[in-house]
Ligand binder design. Sequence first.
Ligand code: SGN
Ligand code: CA
Length: 527
Amino acid sequence: MNVNCHTIIPAAALTLAAGQTANAETRQEREPGRPNIVYIMTDDHTAQMMSCYDTRHIHTPNLDRIASDGVRFTNSFVANSLSGPSRACMLTGKHSHANGFRSNETDTFDSSQPTFPKYLQKAGYQTAIFGKWHLHTLPTGFDTWEIVPGQGDYYNPAFILAPNDTITRHGYLTNIITDRSLEWLDKERDKERPFCLLIHHKALHRNWLADTCDLELYEDRTFDIPDNFYDNYTGRRAAREQEMSIHSNHDMDPIYDLKMLAPGKESRLLNNYISMIGRMDSAQRARWDEFYRPIIDDFYSSGLTGDSLSEWKYQRYMRDYAKTVASLDRNVGRVLDYLRDNDLLDNTLVVYTSDQGFYMGEHGWFDKRFMYEESMRTPLVMMLPKGYEAKGDIDQMVQNIDYAPTFLELAGVEVPADMQGESMVPLLKGETPAQRRPYLYYHFHEFPAEHMVKRHYGVRTDRYKLIHFYNDIDEWELYDLLDDPKEMHNIYGRPGTEEITRQLRATLRDAQIKYDDPIRLEYPVND
Ligand code: SGN
Ligand code: CA
């Protein structure tokens, strides 16, 4: 950790003063049926960049603490790999077509619909959220909420506070969201009642602006390039026609994404970058410019092109992303320390997850959206309250529509019949049901839109994945994840796959009927 990183309120200042009694004697401690919930969700954090999942790239000691003291889900997925839709799935326990929020760009969340915070609130929980909301309507179901507008800003960010005031706070967003969450935990909540706190970070969203105190990190690291970085997308038309390629300066902009601002250099997203760094105060900006100046000079004098340019972009992308993870990891550590130092861990479920996974150069990409593994997966680790015996890895497939029913069951609230997710509580108790759910259903709707990933739906089983790209295209893809975990070989239509294709198409049809998706497989199973 970089010792120069400051936070506004150090965690230590919030721990109990000598002589005070910790929460051990509060009523909720005597009510083990109603544990607290601390749900920490980041944006675009992928398992490849979390060392309890993948040790190749970086070290995340605080996030790993959650896994080592609790459980790590090794097969955790989303239903629609995009921010707003994921948040809506998580809040409602329903797929996108059922909660009405399919796309960041065209939908607004109907905030009158039931959500798990509303059910918890009704059951006597205190509910609060700090950070990214991204549902285009104001939060409902929270006693306290402070959200960033839209995607939020890394530096000196605006916040919308209930009932609808906007204020600007000074500093780096990941620190500020943590500060406010700790302040609420320490000073604002009623310590006699159980609580559900949602800490929603904007980090690690594009364009990965590091905290100035973390700028020097990872500069001496050369990250391994994924072996499918130069994928040519044979047999995968939707993959070929996306606009999320590191190789393309249109998609990954050297100025906006990689901070190579210099006089006379133009780019599509230049003004967006200028307005972002324009939020910095003079000290932040001076530090920023001092760090980037030599890198910018080197970049323009080297005149890189072709593969050398792509690989240079990949390294800068990885470093920027890794620096924003460092700040996030440190801030999650502050929350864990607070909970530990205040004797809250025994009676609190701590969840860490992301709104979806992300590509770190696999297939040559950044961003998400596709039903392929890197972005359909999302990290999920938990520390469990006393009485829940699971430990280590949980390998059953779970999906973000499962969170709402899990939190309700944990709090002793009846799970409404129309929630489509399945409670994970049996898994948290250490029970191993033979086959919890034989497949996961996925549906991505946001097209045409930024990054141009075609609309698609599909099913994933333990071993296979069937995807149908539709709308302005009609293409099927089939992967055997055992033989081809990187999804490079579309075997749809190959001799020998007839039977598994028939079975998976039947599964897909069953899923669309079960979840009542109005956009259905229009083809007979055997065509
Ligand atoms: C922004 C980003 C995209 C990103 C979407 C959705 N562009 O539009 O790269 O895919 O958000 O991300 S940017 O120019 O604004 O950085 S999501 O996680 O919020 O769904
Ligand atoms: Ca996201």
